[in-house]
Ligand binder design. Structure first.
Ligand SMILES: *[C@@H]1O[C@H](CO)[C@@H](O)[C@H](O)[C@H]1NC(C)=O
Ligand SMILES: *[C@@H]1O[C@H](CO)[C@@H](O)[C@H](O)[C@H]1NC(C)=O
Ligand SMILES: *[C@@H]1O[C@H](CO)[C@@H](O)[C@H](O)[C@H]1NC(C)=O
Length: 222
């Protein structure tokens, strides 16, 4: 029971978390990466924004920054996010920010949320089958499970490779969430992440791949 509660909470953790403008100065490299994100949005606005038929048209870059890619959008909605022309550049810039340890501060929880937001672009377009997204599957299974205490049977077994991909994504979060997911992994005995063939945007972030490619990331079992 406790476990189900925690897992649901973890899914909520990234909700509404945005990097914002409040990042402190860490290094020139980090400043350049932040600037790259701003420039993407600005150039996108200049190129694409305008009034068409009385409506303001948003650029792909600004569109992406306004939504939470981890929210439930259904498979079709997730598809639309993942074909966004600005997705890869956004995902790759955020990945470099994690690699360069750009998220720092006094509040560990806040820093973890910033890292998770950045890493959400690694996970959001992970599919487990053609046009089938982990984000959608997890949200559906969690919702179907309701208050069931059979977390392994009702959720973890059902989400299959998405669990391990999710666990790796959550390794960018707090120590408490890492411990919780390791506990679930040990309890339910789950294995491999989904294939990188089903994720065009995942990359090596300090040896963490959320899909199965490259170095196998081993988190110590709690
Ligand atoms: C995404 O961007 C990175 C860095 O610019 C590049 O290496 C990679 O090939 C791109 N991937 C896709 C799918 O466009
Ligand atoms: C992944 O990136 C790290 C640096 O963050 C590097 O040390 C390591 O060699 C890379 N691994 C692979 C397989 O590319
Ligand atoms: C992870 O564990 C596997 C199996 O024990 C091992 O083969 C692999 O080298 C480990 N990877 C790392 C990065 O420690």
């Amino acid at each position: 029971m406790r476990c189900v509660f925690f897992f649901l909470r973890l899914l909520m953790l990234v909700h509404g978390q945005y990097i914002g403008n409040g990042l402190r100065y860490v290094s020139d490299t980090c400043e350049a990466l932040k600037e790259a994100l701003d420039i993407m949005a600005i150039n996108g606005d200049q190129l694409v924004n305008g009034i068409v038929g009385g409506q303001v048209v948003e650029s792909d870059c600004t569109k992406l920054r306004k939504i939470n890619v981890m929210d439930y959008h259904g498979d079709d909605g997730q598809d639309a996010i993942c074909v966004n022309s600005c997705y890869n550049a956004t995902a790759s810039t955020f990945a470099q920010m994690i690699n360069n340890d750009c998220f720092q501060g006094n509040d560990d929880y806040e820093v973890a949320n910033q890292r998770l937001y950045a890493a959400s672009f690694q996970f959001a377009c992970q599919r487990y089958a053609s046009s089938k997204y982990c984000v959608t599957l997890i949200a559906q299974k969690v919702s179907d499970a309701g208050t069931s205490s059979d977390i392994c049977g009702k959720i973890i077994d059902e989400i299959d490779c998405c669990f391990e991909s999710y666990r790796r994504y959550m390794s960018f979060g707090t120590q408490a969430s890492i411990a919780q997911l390791n506990y679930i992994q040990k309890k339910c005995g789950v294995g491999s992440p989904c294939s990188c063939g089903y994720n065009a945007f995942a990359t090596n972030i300090s040896n963490v791949y959320i899909c199965s490619s490259g170095i196998i990331y081993n988190i110590s079992i709690c």
